[in-house]
Design a protein around this ligand. Structure first.
Ligand SMILES: NC(=O)c1ccc[n+]([C@@H]2O[C@H](COP(=O)([O-])OP(=O)(O)OC[C@H]3O[C@@H](n4cnc5c(N)ncnc54)[C@H](O)[C@@H]3O)[C@@H](O)[C@H]2O)c1
Length: 314
C-alpha cells in the first residue's frame, strides 16, 4: 500500500473543510482547492473553530494547522497528494466532471474518494480515464468528530482501491463500513431519511410539532442509539427471548399504521436473518450484559450532553 503523507481535499465547504481539519489533526499535510473566491478564508476559519475540539480529543504527534496549503488550481493541489478526498457540490454532472479532472491530475494509483451523500460511484466514474481507483468515502458531518465512513466502489472500481481507502480511513481513526454493493444513500442516510420523511409527514399533517419530534428522539430512542443500534435495541425489547420473541410478539404491529413507509413482509427468512444477525452481533454477551452495557452508555451520554449544555450556557 502506498504510504500516505499528503491528502488533497478538493472542495472545501462544510465537509471538505471538516475533512481537512481531521487530516491535519491526525498529522497529515493537506492540500486544498476550492474555486470560491472566499474559500481559503472560510476553510481556515472552519479549521480554527474545530481545533479546540480536536485538541481536546487529542492531536497526533506533529499535527499542525500550518500543514495546510491552499492551491490556486485543482491540478496543483492534487498532483503531489497520496490520497484525494473530493467534497464538491452534490450535483451529478459536476461530480462526474470533477472526478474526471481529479483523475487526470492525480498520481498513478492514488485513491480518489468522493464524499457524495448518495450517488453511486458507477454513475460518477463514467468520464474518468482510470475509474478503477475511484471510490465513495461517505462521511458524516462533522467529519472530524463523527467516526463513520461508508466505503463502496462502482462497477469499474478495482477491489484494491476499496481496500486501500478503508485501510487508510481506519488508520486515521474512522469507523469504516465497507459495502459490497452500491445502494442509493448507502446505509446510514437511508435509515436517517426514513425517520426524516416520517417527521416531515407528521409536521405536514399537523400531528406533531417540530419540537415534539426533536424531544421524542433526544429524550427517547436517541439515548439508546449511541450504545446500540436499532437491531440490538429491539433484541433487548424482547427480554430474555431477544429478537426472536420481539418479532413473534410485535410482528403483527408491522401491519399497524405506524409509519407511511410500507413495511416489508415478515417472512421466515427475514425473521431468521434478524435473529441470527442479533446473535452474531451480541457474540458472547448475554441479554443481562447487554442491558448493563446499554444502561452505562446511556448514563454516560446523558451526563456528557448535560455537561456540554451547562458549559455552553456559562
Ligand atoms: N453537509 C453534510 O452534512 C454532508 C454530509 C456527508 C456528505 N456530504 C457531501 O459532501 C459534499 C460537499 O457537501 P458540503 O455540505 O460540504 O457542501 P458545501 O456547499 O458546504 O461545499 C461545497 C464546496 O464545493 C465548492 N465547489 C463548487 N464548485 C466546485 C468544483 N467544481 N470543484 C470543487 N469544489 C467546488 C464550493 O465552493 C463549496 O465550498 C457533497 O457531495 C455532499 O453531498 C455532505
Amino acid at each position: 500500500m502506498r504510504e500516505i503523507r499528503t491528502v488533497a481535499c478538493v472542495g472545501a465547504g462544510v465537509i471538505g473543510g471538516g475533512w481537512a481539519a481531521h487530516f491535519l489533526a491526525r498529522g497529515f499535510r493537506v492540500h486544498a482547492w476550492d474555486p470560491a473566491p472566499d474559500a481559503e478564508e472560510k476553510l481556515r476559519t472552519l479549521i480554527d473553530r474545530a481545533w479546540p475540539a480536536l485538541t481536546e480529543i487529542g492531536l497526533a504527534e506533529g499535527a499542525s494547522r500550518d500543514a495546510l496549503t491552499v492551491f490556486g488550481t485543482l491540478a496543483a493541489a492534487v498532483e503531489g497528494a497520496d490520497f484525494v478526498q473530493e467534497s464538491g457540490p452534490e450535483k451529478l454532472p459536476a461530480k462526474r466532471r470533477l472526478l474526471a479532472d481529479i483523475d487526470a491530475a492525480a498520481g498513478q494509483n492514488v485513491v480518489v474518494a468522493s464524499s457524495t451523500s448518495g450517488y453511486g460511484m458507477t454513475e460518477m466514474q463514467a468520464d474518468a480515464r482510470t475509474p478503477g481507483r475511484l471510490v465513495v468515502g461517505h462521511p458524516f458531518n462533522p467529519p472530524y468528530l463523527i467516526p463513520l465512513v461508508e466505503v463502496v466502489g462502482g462497477e469499474l472500481t478495482e477491489p484494491w482501491a476499496v481496500a486501500e481507502a478503508a485501510a487508510f480511513y481506519r488508520r486515521v481513526g474512522k469507523s469504516v463500513i465497507t459495502m459490497d454493493r452500491e445502494l442509493p444513500g448507502f446505509i446510514a442516510n437511508r435509515l436517517q431519511e426514513a425517520l426524516w420523511r416520517e417527521a416531515l409527514h407528521m409536521v405536514a399533517n399537523g400531528e406533531a410539532t417540530v419540537e415534539q419530534i426533536d424531544t421524542a428522539i433526544t429524550e427517547g430512542p436517541g439515548l439508546r442509539w449511541p450504545a446500540q443500534g436499532p437491531c440490538l435495541t429491539f433484541h433487548l425489547a424482547g427480554g430474555e427471548g431477544g429478537m426472536a420473541h420481539m418479532l413473534d410478539h410485535f410482528g403483527p404491529s408491522l401491519r399497524s399504521p405506524w409509519t407511511r413507509l410500507t413495511a416489508p413482509e415478515l417472512t421466515g427468512e427475514l425473521r431468521d436473518a434478524m435473529v441470527s444477525g442479533c446473535a452474531e452481533e451480541a457474540g458472547e454477551r448475554s441479554i443481562a450484559e447487554l442491558v448493563a452495557e446499554r444502561d452505562r452508555a446511556i448514563i454516560a451520554v446523558r451526563r456528557a450532553v448535560a455537561q456540554a449544555r451547562d458549559r455552553g450556557s456559562r
